[in-house]
Design a protein around this ligand. Structure first.
Ligand SMILES: Cc1ncc(COP(=O)(O)O)c(C=O)c1O
Length: 377
C-alpha cells in the first residue's frame, strides 16, 4: 500500500463488526474482563485503547516502524525518551532545536543528572569529537527550527557506528509523508502530532516510532507508567487529520516554494531560509534523504521595525505559535518558540529580533503573498 493510501486506510479497524467506515471513538476509561485471568486485550485506557491503537498502527505504518506510541503532546513524547537514561548519561543534541526541547533539556533533564551537549549535527567532525563512552543518544532535528539547517541522517548513523547509542530524529517538520528517518538508520522518530499529522491546529499530540521490539517494549513500559497517553477523542481527530496528510503536504510545499521565491525579491527581506530553494546548503542532502522539502520558511527582515510591522499587519496569516496546520501562521521565534534559548545561542544561530518564521498553509498562494505584500509595506 502506498503512503498516501495508508494515510486514509491505515486506521481501518478490522475488529469491529458494524462496518463503520471511520474508526469509532472508544470513550471508555476501562474495559470489563470476560472472567478472572482473561482480557479482551483492553484493560484500562492509559495502557491500551482501541481508537488510540488504530492511530498508532497507522503512524507505525507511515514511518515503517515496528511500533508507534501516541502521547498527549510532542513534549510528552520527548520526555518519555529521557526516562530511558540514568544519571551520568549524556545526550548530544542538534544546537538549533525547537525551544521547548531546549527548555526540557536545560531545566529538567539536566536536573535529573543527564548531561546535554549541543553541536551542529550537520558538522560531522564536531559530532564525532563529542561522542564518548557516556553518550547514550544523539537527538537530531532536521530541518531545524527555526533556521532550517539540514543534517545528513545516514552520516550521523555512520558516525555512531555499532556503538550503543540511540539515534533519535524529530521528523515533525517533514512528516512521514516526506521523510522516514528509521529507513535512514534512526532508532526512534519523534513527532509533534500537533503539527502536520493533525494538520488543523485543533489538537495536541505527540508520537514516538521505533525501529525494534526491544526498544518498543522499554518505551511502552514508560508510556503506560508515566501516563501521558493520547485520549480517545484526540486520537480520533489525529486519524481524521492524517487522512489528508498527503494532499496537505503537497499543497503546503507548493505554496512554500512560491512564497520563498517571492520573499527573496522583496527589498525589505534580507535573507530567506527554505530548504526547497536549490541554493539552500541542505538542498542536496534533502533530495537524498527525503521526498520533499516541507513548508516551513524563516526569513530575516531589514530591521526589527519591519519584523514587528509584519506581525502587526498580517490579516490572513495569523500571528500565532505552532505550525503544520491548514492555516498559515507566522511567529517571532525570539519572543515565542525560542524565548528560553540562551542569548549566546540565539546570537550564534541568528535568532534575532529581525527573524520571522512562517508555517505556510494550504490557502491560495496568491492570497498569502498579497497579505505579506501589504504587511511588509
Ligand atoms: C520540531 C518540534 N518538536 C517538538 C515540538 C513539541 O510538540 P508539542 O507542542 O506538541 O508538545 C514542537 C512544537 O512546536 C516542534 O516544533
Amino acid at each position: 500500500m502506498k503512503l498516501d493510501t495508508a494515510c486514509i486506510h491505515g486506521s481501518k479497524d478490522n475488529n469491529h463488526k458494524t462496518g463503520a467506515v471511520c474508526t469509532p471513538i472508544y470513550q471508555s476509561a476501562t474495559f470489563a474482563h470476560p472472567s478472572v485471568g482473561e482480557s479482551t486485550g483492553y484493560d484500562y485506557s492509559r495502557l491500551q485503547n482501541p481508537t488510540r491503537e488504530q492511530l498508532e498502527k497507522t503512524i507505525a505504518r507511515l514511518e515503517s516502524g515496528v511500533d508507534a506510541l501516541a502521547f498527549s503532546s510532542g513534549m510528552a513524547a520527548i520526555s518519555c525518551i529521557n526516562e530511558l537514561f540514568c544519571p551520568g548519561d549524556e545526550i548530544i543534541a542538534s544546537d538549533d532545536l525547537y525551544g521547548g526541547t531546549v527548555r526540557l533539556y536545560d531545566y529538567i533533564t539536566i536536573k535529573n543528572g543527564l548531561k546535554i551537549h549541543y553541536v551542529n549535527t550537520g558538522d560531522h567532525r564536531a559530532l564525532s569529537e563529542k561522542i564518548t563512552d557516556k553518550t547514550k543518544a544523539v537527538f537530531v532535528e532536521t530541518p531545524t527550527n527555526p533556521m532550517m539547517h539540514v543534517t545528513d541522517i545516514r552520516l550521523v548513523k555512520e558516525i555512531i557506528g555499532s556503538r550503543d547509542i540511540y539515534l533519535i530524529v524529530d521528523n515533525t517538520f517533514l512528516s512521514p509523508y516526506f521523510c522516514n528517518p528509521l529507513s535512514l538508520g534512526a532508532d526512534i522518530v519523534v513527532h509533534s502530532g500537533t503539527k502536520y499529522l493533525g494538520g488543523h491546529n485543533d489538537t495536541l499530540a505527540g508520537f514516538l516510532v521505533v525501529s525494534n521490539h526491544e526498544l518498543a517494549e522499554k518505551l511502552r513500559f514508560i508510556h503506560k507508567t508515566t501516563g501521558a497517553s493520547l485520549s480517545p477523542f484526540d486520537s480520533y481527530l489525529m486519524i481524521r487529520g492524517i487522512k489528508t496528510l498527503a494532499l496537505r503536504m503537497e499543497r503546503a510545499q507548493e505554496n512554500a516554494l512560491k512564497i520563498a521565491q517571492w520573499l527573496r525579491e522583496q527589498k525589505k527581506i534580507v535573507s530567506v531560509n527554505y530548504v526547497g530553494l536549490p541554493d539552500h546548503p541542505g538542498y542536496e542532502i534533502s533530495k537524498k534523504q527525503s521526498r520533499g522539502f516541507g513548508a516551513m520558511i524563516s526569513f530575516e527582515t531589514d530591521s526589527k521595525e519591519t519584523a514587528l510591522q509584519i506581525l502587526q499587519q498580517v490579516n490572513l496569516i495569523q500571528f500565532a505559535e505552532s505550525l503544520g496546520g491548514v492555516e498559515s501562521l507566522i511567529t517571532y521565534p525570539i519572543l515565542q518558540t525560542h524565548a528560553d534559548v540562551k542569548k549566546e545561542t540565539q546570537r550564534r544561530l541568528g535568532i534575532n529580533d529581525r527573524l520571522l518564521r512562517l508555517s505556510v498553509g494550504v490557502e491560495n498562494a496568491d492570497d498569502l503573498t498579497e497579505d505579506l505584500k501589504q504587511a511588509i509595506g
